[in-house]
Design a protein around this ligand. Structure first.
Ligand code: MN
Length: 308
């Protein structure tokens, strides 16, 4: 399934991207259950309108969502509501609009560590972004007036479905509900001027994510996905997740030794080479640019750039 969060008429919902549009999962599941008041109450409990609450429902919630997708094609809900929306009729949000955590891994591709002039890490380099940095597909990356050097980074992100602590590496993928594209937007002047990466990493709009949370069963091995970034249509980064120094299972195991992982946590796994600041001459984002992260099986995440 390709899970999405969307807003329609001011109401946020959890949906699934299908060929014909976006299935409104809660309403479709109420229809599956027969459309009584009790059916609506059960659908609200199993498929809440918030992605983090939905993921807390675990396998039962995912199963309900699958049944809702299978039912929804071309039908109207028991209360006359639409079960299927067209993308242009709704506002697509980040699949997890308010993640419980956004954990980022730095320098996780050898060629990017080299272009950054950094030593290869002996264990994962960690930093984080706040939920206020998250934006969805099509929403604008805003260049803050404090920075003159805002850069892009294409990244595979994974989302935790089942939480845990001290997760063994061989069980790690059982805790990952799915994957999405993330752009680790980075203000290099703020990131490097005093060694405090977070200043440069978590300004508002600096974590574009989406378009969908593609469930793990559709993705298979997260360690062999083509990943690229286009700036105004020109390919700037092109690699594969088989180049990750610390692959997804190792990251889950390592992180969970330090931090309790919870449903709705998002982990960005690092970027390959080709970032703007390492180019000669350097390339930074400017007003009017369009940035697209594309990952095999996960789709394309496109965001315009505007000056603040
Ligand atoms: Mn990064």
């Amino acid at each position: 399934m390709k899970l999405v969060s969307f807003r329609q008429d001011g109401r946020q919902q959890v949906g699934a991207l299908v060929e014909q549009g976006i299935v409104a999962l809660q309403a479709a599941y109420a229809a599956v259950l027969g459309g009584s008041d009790g059916a609506y109450r059960k659908a609200e409990a199993l498929i809440p309108n918030d992605m983090v609450l939905f993921l807390q429902g675990g396998g039962d919630a995912l199963q309900a969502a699958k049944e809702a997708v299978a039912y929804a094609g071309g039908k109207v809900g028991p209360r006359g509501e639409r079960l299927l929306w067209q993308q242009e009729d709704v506002e697509l949000l980040a699949p997890v609009p308010r993640p419980t955590k956004v954990i980022c891994i730095g320098l996780n591709y050898k060629d990017h560590a080299k272009e950054s002039g950094a030593e290869l890490p002996v264990e994962p380099v960690l930093f984080s972004k706040y939920a206020t940095a998250v934006i969805g597909p099509g929403q604008a990356i805003r260049l803050p007036e404090m920075s003159k050097e805002v850069d892009y980074e294409a990244e595979l992100a994974f989302v935790i479905g089942t939480g845990g602590k001290d997760i063994p590496v061989e069980k790690a993928l059982d805790h990952v509900v799915g994957y999405t594209c993330l752009n680790d937007v980075s203000a290099r002047d703020l990131q490097f001027r005093d060694g405090q990466w977070m200043k440069g990493k978590t300004p508002d709009t600096f974590a574009p994510m989406g378009p969908a949370l593609v469930t793990a069963d559709e993705v298979g091995d997260p360690g062999k996905l083509a990943i690229k970034l286009e700036l105004n249509g020109k390919v700037m980064q092109s690699s594969s997740t088989d180049q990750l120094i610390f692959p997804v299972p190792e990251l889950v195991a390592f992180l969970s030794r330090l931090i309790t992982l919870e449903p709705g946590d998002v982990v960005a796994t690092g970027t390959p080479s080709g970032v703007g600041f390492a180019r000669k001459p350097p390339v930074f984002l400017k007003e009017g640019d369009t940035v697209t992260v594309e990952i095999e099986k996960l789709g394309r995440l496109t965001n315009p750039v505007v000056a603040d």
